[in-house]
Design a protein around this ligand. Structure first.
Ligand SMILES: Cc1ncc(C[n+]2csc(CCOP(=O)(O)OP(=O)(O)O)c2C)c(N)n1
Ligand SMILES: CC(=O)[C@@H](O)[C@H](O)COP(=O)(O)O
Ligand SMILES: [Mg+2]
Length: 620
């Protein structure tokens, strides 16, 4: 890291020659590998854009111009080479730097990102504001081939082409989303990767024509058509039809080529797209060989690339196995992912039932309406999407599924706090955003038994269902397995002056607090299981004689379980002396481990216990 440490970043980058830049690239890669080995993170995306980052910092002024990364998961080199070299070792740690770009973290970060496909739209907004306010600077968006599969990206490109403003879009094409990229766009782009197909074809045509009668005349004609022919084999035509000038495809690791392309783009009038071809994971063999596995990793052994801490059985794995079993019994079950097959536990399903598995690319809105089409025609689609990404498809849930009361089952993974990915990824709102939707059933499993039973139940229902469960390991409880019946909460203990109502997987914290309290206080405990439809009679029956009622959920307190219970009690004139809603507070929660974050927002067992004791003392 010697060379890296002696530079004044990012300014000195402009004065380096190509050998020095190569040296800087090597040291930057080494630092990314070392820190990701300790902290985890998006190592492969970041290793793939080190040269691109250097070229951007050489050809633009990142404080004056605006560089907008799409997702931001690939911006580790950018963070190191701007103003976060000293802080980089705190990557994704509590109170450390974020794993994505955040203007609040650095003035070099032009826009907050984390969800894909926002860069073009945001960059165009910045560009138009500059024009209105009278600023003159370069605006660059860097979008990946995966992010390009989302409709939002094309909404941005469409408007950019229409407005025809100076702006540069760099397409970072590594042929990978998290998994191998999918979709027609992806294969269209990859044609650029097989440029030799076009050259072979050209040579064959030339050979034929040279030996054909009137060959020279035909050859002249063929040359005239060559431009058109070429357009079919390089993806420039798609972007040029959208109104962008196209440069590429170029080698995204060749600093000279990058400089030339960026220079050409800078002197163009109107929008320009530079298509760079990169290798995801470049410079770290395990990541180069398995870019899917190294897209996002936990800490690993730097020598072997093997993960250091092994996870227990996760909710995601239980979901994947249970859905596979269900699909073996019912051949109308289909599974849908929006480019998150491994993350949502659908690998085995895809291998077993390839014809009943759909990876639609990063296209959550399409995934939901596609599922509605499948459902109205007799299939049972299980749509596995992270809580935070499902936010993108809220209208489709209402308009295409719930309004028609179609049997689409939303398997909402990463519900609640997710940890190191932070505020762009916490599943804080799904209970709130689904609670308002008529016809939808909301199921809140606390453990493996309930998740499996709820999945089975969802197949029997002929209606929309949402089942939410968190990132991370399944917890096991020493409790009897009370059958899961639609509508029925699990009553662990209904007698006592205090009633705790627990919603879903936060039960681990609640149950610990309950067990600490039950010897000193008379505490009742109910595990809700179903928020919609809610068994109001049962809730009222248990709540009516309680002096204090507490709801606990790993969802926003705004519009979640607590609000639902409170309104039911009020509507039925049941007024405990004290009602407490515990959950994710009305603010965005930073990144850190789930354990640290639960403590931060006082949703850990100790805080729940302390809250109950302190509030009880005020009553007694
Ligand atoms: C709306 C949304 N859906 C899904 C994701 C999860 N995700 C993060 S990066 C990624 C793949 C992005 O592929 P690409 O843009 O090609 O970038 P690369 O990782 O290849 O550099 C996905 C699906 C997300 N961040 N946002
Ligand atoms: C950048 C991005 O959005 C994904 O890579 C996400 O970080 C995956 O999250 P999990 O690690 O919880 O699967
Ligand atoms: Mg990619």
């Amino acid at each position: 890291m010697e060379f890296l440490k002696q530079l004044k970043l990012p300014d000195d980058i402009k004065n380096l020659n190509y050998d020095e830049l190569k040296k800087l690239a090597a040291e930057t890669r080494q630092l990314i590998i070392e820190v990701c080995a300790k902290n985890g993170g998006h190592i492969a995306p970041s290793l793939g854009v080190v040269e691109l980052t250097l070229s951007l910092l050489k050809n633009f002024d990142p404080l004056h111009d605006r560089i907008i990364w799409d997702v931001g998961h690939q911006s580790y080199a950018y963070k190191i080479l701007t103003d976060r070299l000293e802080r980089f070792h705190t990557l994704r740690q509590f109170k450390g730097i974020s794993g994505f770009n955040k203007p609040s973290e650095s003035p070099y970060d032009a826009f907050g990102v984390g969800h894909t496909s926002t860069s073009v739209s945001a960059a165009l907004g910045i560009r138009m504001a500059d024009e209105i306010i009278g600023k003159k600077r370069k605006i660059v968006a860097i979008i990946g081939d995966g992010a390009l599969t989302a409709g939002l990206a094309f909404e941005g490109l469409n408007n950019l082409g229409h407005l025809d403003k100076d702006m540069i879009v760099i397409l970072n094409d590594n042929e990978m989303s998290i998994s191998k990229n999918v979709g027609a766009i992806s294969s269209y782009l990859s044609r650029a990767m097989t440029g030799e197909f076009y050259t072979h074809l050209r040579k064959d045509v030339q050979n034929i024509l040279e030996h054909a009668p009137l060959g020279d005349k035909l050859l002249k004609m063929a040359k005239k058509f060559e431009e058109g022919l070429k357009g079919l084999f390089t993806p420039g035509i798609l972007f040029e039809e959208l109104g962008l000038k196209y440069i590429g495809p170029i080698d995204g690791h060749d600093l000279k080529e990058l400089d030339k392309a960026i220079h050409n783009a800078k002197i163009q009038d109107g929008p320009t797209l530079i298509h760079v071809i990169t290798k995801k994971g470049k410079g770290f063999k395990p990541a180069e060989e398995n870019p899917e596995k190294f897209h996002g990793v936990s800490s690993f052994d730097i020598e072997t690339g093997k993960p250091i801490k092994f996870k227990g059985k996760t909710f995601t794995e239980v979901f994947g196995d249970a859905l596979l079993e269900l699909a073996k019994q019912h051949d109308n079950i289909v599974a849908i992912t929006a480019a998150m097959k491994p993350g949502t536990g659908l690998n085995k399903f895809a291998e077993t039932f390839p014809e009943r598995f759909f990876d639609v690319g990063i296209a959550e809105q399409h995934a939901v309406t596609f599922a509605a089409g499948l459902a109205i025609s007799g299939c049972k689609p299980y749509v596995a999407i992270y809580s935070t990404f499902l936010q993108r498809a809220y209208d489709q849930i209402i308009h295409d599924v719930a309004l028609q009361n179609l049997p689409v089952i939303f398997c909402i993974d990463r519900a609640g706090l997710v940890g190191a990915d932070g505020p762009t990824h916490h599943g804080s709102f799904d209970i709130s955003y689904l609670r308002t939707v008529p016809n939808i059933h909301i199921m809140l499993p606390k453990d493996e038994f309930e998740l499996i039973e709820m999945l089975k139940l969802s197949y029997e229902l002929d209606a929309p269902v949402a089942i939410r469960y968190p990132r991370g390991d399944i917890k096991v409880y020493d409790l009897p397995k009370i059958p899961v019946t639609l509508y029925e909460p699990e009553v662990i203990n209904d007698s006592g002056e205090i009633l705790i109502i627990s919603a879903g997987h936060i039960f681990d914290e609640v149950f610990e607090a309950y067990n600490n309290l039950k010897n000193k206080f008379s505490v009742a405990l109910l595990n809700l299981r179903f928020l919609k439809p809610l068994n109001i009679e049962k809730i009222l029956e248990i709540a009516k004689n309680k002096k204090m009622i507490i709801t606990v959920e790993e969802n926003s307190v705004n519009g979640g379980v607590g609000d639902e219970i409170l309104s039911i009690l009020a509507e039925n004139n049941v007024y405990p002396e004290k009602f407490i809603k515990l959950g994710i507070p009305d603010r965005f929660i930073e990144h850190g481990s789930v354990k640290e974050l639960r403590k931060l927002i006082r949703l850990d067992a100790k805080s729940i216990e302390e809250k109950i004791i302190s509030e009880w003392e005020k009553i007694d």
